[in-house]
Design a protein around this ligand. Structure first.
Ligand code: FAD
Ligand code: MG
Ligand code: MG
Ligand code: MG
Ligand code: MG
Length: 552
């Protein structure tokens, strides 16, 4: 690593001195990991191959357990309990790991270098900048908040992405109660200050609304009896329903529960502008009528966007037209070499069966007869299912067990003809691509991608010596590893009052107090260290006994 002093405003000097990885260690290959979130940390924890030297670069020197961030906003769990220093994780590894607290500003994929700037403000030199080169780069920088360029959002709304955000929200909530309790404030102004608006009816918005409702009704009403009746919580959602990524039963339960609790759910309401004291919404159901809502505190939680330096990188590698950085199914960034991307910052560009149909047919037709026998067809089924996950999703949606059932549906075969030509083959598979969906931006996906990629790196040498893979459809040629496959383990939506909705694989839905206990146990077990586990459980016990702390 070389440090180059530079003016933050100046263009990054590409001539800054660089120590090549060969000079540092002439044997080990250098893997640079950007980010210490779910994806980056999961990669780091699972990497075992001592042939690599790892350099982790991230503007924060800890991992944060994001699913418990909503609990931090109300003091149910303390911020310190859900973070783990990255140096603690690195210290336990047999692999060489170095950490730098800095943000990557630019990726130069051609020269295999990244440009970074440290967080540390240095009065004499401005901020420290440096250049790092890599043999392999793993981009795991997560996503930005997406404001859809709505005016006033950045200036006036809270976000909930980082630990600092959660701590700030906690202080602001208490602040609103204190301000509303001051003697000279008018009734109308008190009402405004105690109106909490949440924009976005996804899992984060819903969980925050529920957590805030509990905090107000279990703890703050006792402490602020004078203003307790003025509190209002409003959830604004542009779509027709909240939690629309969940099963309909969960959505319905959540909407009913919120109504009973007095949380005001406004669907079909699109926020178009936010000022210091008012939110402007377009009522999609009322022909686009604009209405204004006075508020005291607003949380913006409407999905994720791409970071600017990733945008810049995308245009370098020919992905300027895409919305999100694309990788292939081995998580390699498309359009450049040696760069991988995992987690919220990337999406897998899944291959369409229809685009490869001729190649698949040729591969299956072992005797080059131009037709497939049922045996030939059966022999290629497993490969197809593995290579194109949408096939399995399609079979499941049609309640078919395997592709032989699919075959039975094609006209020629059902007529009794034993052989299948390419047109029949196309007909059989024509609908499967419609089932393709991008993976969600969740910790579960990010963590599994980190594990997958670490396993690839653990076996990389093995692969280079013996590159023949089990599957060799178009393009992927000499890659030995199976493509990344996501395994969905289920999803929770905490709804407050010690009730949680759980949607587990196989459309198994459970709502209520028992799922809350499942939630407690799953989130305890998923903590990255025993220290975190102990801290989180202690926080919960403390809350059961004494309630949440309401000091600023
Ligand atoms: P992140 O975890 O966001 O990590 C990104 C990392 O990159 C950070 O360390 C960041 O500091 C670093 N970074 C940023 N910029 C740079 C840069 N320029 N250079 C270097 N490093 C950089 N998912 C679930 O599955 N279940 C849940 O219950 C759940 N609850 C959630 C609740 C909340 C409040 C939030 C915000 C998210 C929740 N998620 C949940 C989603 C989950 O947190 C994300 O999908 C996950 O964090 C994505 O992991 P990541 O590693 O891609 O990004
Ligand atoms: Mg990460
Ligand atoms: Mg994270
Ligand atoms: Mg992703
Ligand atoms: Mg044949």
């Amino acid at each position: 690593v070389a440090y180059a002093e530079a003016n933050p405003e100046r263009k990054l000097a590409s001539s800054a001195p660089v120590l090549t990885s060969a000079e540092v260690d002439n044997k080990k290959k250098k893997v640079v990991v950007l980010g210490t979130g779910w994806a980056g940390t999961s990669f780091l924890r699972n990497l075992k191959n001592p042939d690599y030297e790892v350099h982790v670069i991230s503007p924060r020197n800890y991992f944060a357990f994001t699913p418990l961030l909503p609990s931090v906003t109300c003091g149910t769990v303390e911020a310190r309990s859900i973070v783990e220093p990255i140096r603690n994780i690195a210290r336990k590894k047999t692999v060489d790991v170095q950490f730098s607290e800095a943000a990557c500003l630019k990726i130069d994929a051609v020269n295999q270098k990244i440009y970074c700037r440290s967080n540390v403000e240095n009065n004499l030199n401005g901020q420290e900048e440096f250049v790092v080169d890599y043999d392999y780069l793993i981009v795991a920088v997560g996503a930005n908040v997406n404001t859809f360029n709505t005016p006033g959002v950045v200036e006036n709304c809270h976000f909930l992405k980082e630990v600092e955000d959660a701590q700030k929200i906690r202080r602001t909530v208490i602040d609103c109660f204190e301000r509303a309790s001051l003697p000279a404030v008018s009734e109308e102004e008190r009402k405004r200050i105690l109106h909490f608006a949440i924009v976005g009816g996804g899992p984060t918005g819903v969980e925050f609304a529920a957590a805030l409702h509990d905090f107000v009704n279990e703890d703050l009403v006792k402490l602020y009896p004078g203003v307790k009746d003025l509190v209002k919580i409003t959830l604004l959602e542009a779509g027709d329903h909240i939690l629309n990524m969940f099963d309909k039963r969960i959505t319905a339960f959540a909407e009913e529960k919120f109504q009973r609790d007095g949380i005001n759910v406004k669907t079909g309401s699109m926020v178009v502008k936010v000022t210091e004291k008012e939110i402007f919404t377009k009522e999609l159901k009322n022909g686009g009528e604009v209405s204004t809502i006075p508020y005291g505190m607003a949380l913006w939680s409407t999905g994720v966007g791409t970071r600017p330096f990733i945008r810049d990188f995308m245009s370098q590698v020919g992905q300027a037209n895409r919305r999100v950085l694309a990788t292939d199914e081995w998580l390699r960034v498309e359009g450049c070499d040696k760069v991988y991307a995992i987690g919220d910052c990337a999406t897998i560009n899944q291959r369409k069966v229809m685009e490869d149909i001729a190649a698949i047919f040729r591969k299956a037709d072992k005797d080059n007869s131009g037709t497939l026998t049922v045996e030939e067809y059966k022999a290629v089924i497993n490969d197809i299912c593995e290579r194109y996950p949408q096939v399995q999703v399609y079979l499941k949606s049609q309640q078919m067990k395997n592709m032989v059932d699919l075959l039975k549906e094609t006209p020629d075969v059902s007529k009794g003809s034993a052989e299948l030509n390419i047109e029949d083959f196309k007909t059989a598979l024509s609908k499967v691509d419609s089932q393709m969906k991008n993976l969600p931006a969740t910790a579960q996906v990010a963590a599994q991608q980190g594990v997958y990629l670490a396993k690839c790196f653990n076996r990389m040498e093995d692969c280079e010596k013996n590159p023949e893979g089990p599957l060799r459809f178009r393009g992927e040629g000499r890659h030995r590893f199976r493509p990344f496959r996501y395994k969905h383990l289920g999803q929770f939506a905490p709804l407050g009052g010690e009730q949680t909705a759980a949607q587990l694989p196989g459309d198994w839905v459970s709502i209520g107090h028992s799922s809350q206990w499942l939630w407690y146990s799953v989130y305890t077990s998923k903590q990255v260290s025993w220290r975190n586990r102990a801290l989180v459980v202690t926080d919960w016990v403390r809350r059961f006994i004494w309630g949440r702390d309401s000091s600023r």
